[in-house]
Design a protein around this ligand. Structure first.
Ligand SMILES: [Zn+2]
Length: 413
């Protein structure tokens, strides 16, 4: 999507984000006249904005390009070291930290076990220490770290930066994470539901030709959906949009926590697949209940997926059934949003990806319930590892640089 600027003096900040966004979308470099034509801003406005961006080192000028008569034009590119962002993904089993530069490159990353301390203070201190260590070991200029983005399982209270009572994180009850972490690190902090952060990352890393209407099916310990419509992430009024979990995909399926049968968020998640395989004697063992069993779940799920892709017919059937059930939910999501693309990702996704992508697209296409007459593409995330953490880092850039309508409203106040 091309953003068009405004030549009104009151929205100078907005024009800056418009120009920066246009520069970012052309990694090979842009001239000032090209920027003027793609943004709709006057040559003088572009020249002024570029002067400010060069002075703040957010962009660099590399060489010149000769096109037609007149003076050779300077080529402007994003300066990857102009700014950095820290992304944190809190998962039931592991906390992932990434340091991302302005060009979107992951410069460094670390992981640690999810703190389960009763005392939120010690959790915050531990996270602040990990972030500090990440910035130090990466060797980047600390003064250029713009902020911290946190992606966490929902439900969340974005406005107050509070993690509500997420399933699988028993001691994380109403933790005021954003304020506490900002106080501990001295950096601005933004917080987002993990599936929404993943959708933000997909938009941030999208190729210019990529569709900006999509659903991101996030396959983690649970199942979630990040939604983008017309290039904007859909958050809902409480920023908790995108929970398809209680869609019925198997009327005869097991009883969900909600009391219904065969809910997709209950039937296709890693735990359900492993438990079925164990019940049917395809694998041995039983999973411990609750968060204590997450390491075992991870290991058992890897084993099941390896058996399935390695030719074990019964293990293969478990994944195929899950793919068929997931397809029923995908049809409803596509119908609801009339989207062109469904993206799959998340921490457990890659292990079952070959089988699901072999089965699901055909099942969706052949489903008589599918409404939109156009083709639907099924792709994998542009960020194969740590998509939620990278998404969390993108949130910082997004809230700092993205020329969205909301940004315009705020700067126009
Ligand atoms: Zn349910």
């Amino acid at each position: 999507m091309a953003w068009t600027g405004s030549n009104l003096p009151a929205v100078g900040e907005y024009n800056q984000t418009v120009v920066l966004d246009a520069i970012r979308r052309h990694p090979d470099g842009s001239t000032r006249s090209k920027l003027a034509s793609v943004t709709g801003l006057s040559s003088m406005t572009v020249a002024n904005v570029c002067r400010r961006l060069l002075a703040s080192r957010l962009i660099d000028e590399h060489g010149t390009r000769v096109s037609g008569p007149g003076k050779p034009a300077g080529i402007l590119r994003l300066n990857p070291d102009g700014g950095y962002s820290v992304g944190v993904h809190i998962d039931p089993a592991v906390v992932t930290y990434v340091l991302v530069d302005l060009a979107g490159e992951v410069r460094d990353h670390t992981r640690s076990g999810t703190p389960s301390a009763q005392d939120p203070r010690s959790v915050i201190d531990e996270m602040a220490r990990s972030i500090d260590a990440l910035i130090t070991t990466s060797g980047v200029d600390r003064s250029r770290v713009l902020g911290i983005g946190i992606a966490t399982p929902g439900p969340v209270n974005i406005e107050d930066g509070i993690v509500l009572n997420p399933p699988m994180l028993p001691h994380w009850h109403k933790v005021p994470l954003r304020a506490a972490l900002s106080e501990a690190t001295g950096l601005p902090v933004v917080l987002e539901k993990d599936v929404t952060a993943a959708a933000v990352a997909e938009l941030w890393y999208a190729e210019p030709s990529d569709s900006r209407d999509f659903a991101f099916v996030y396959y983690g310990t649970g199942l979630g959906t990040g939604i983008a419509v017309a290039g904007e992430v859909v958050r809902g009024i409480s920023s908790n949009a995108g929970d398809p979990g209680h869609m019925t995909v198997d009327p005869n399926g097991p009883v969900c926590v909600c009391g219904r049968r065969g809910c997709v968020g209950y039937s296709v998640v890693p735990r359900a697949l492993v438990e079925r395989a164990q019940r049917e004697g395809i694998m041995s063992g039983t999973l411990p209940a609750g968060p204590a069993g997450i390491a075992e779940l991870d290991e058992a799920f890897s084993r099941l997926a390896a058996m399935a892709t390695g030719g074990d017919q019964r293990a293969h059937a478990v994944i195929v059934d899950a793919a068929r059930q997931l397809a029923r939910a995908v049809v409803v999501i596509v119908n609801l949003l009339d989207i062109e693309r469904v993206i799959f990702g998340g921490p457990f996704w890659s292990r079952i990806a070959p089988i699901v992508l072999d089965v699901l697209p055909g099942v969706v296409r052949d489903d008589p319930a599918l409404v939109p007459p156009h083709a639907v593409r099924f792709t994998e995330s542009a960020i194969p590892v740590d998509v939620a953490a990278v998404g969390a880092a993108s949130l910082v850039f997004d809230s700092t640089f993205s020329p969205r309508a909301s940004t315009l409203l705020i700067s126009a106040d």
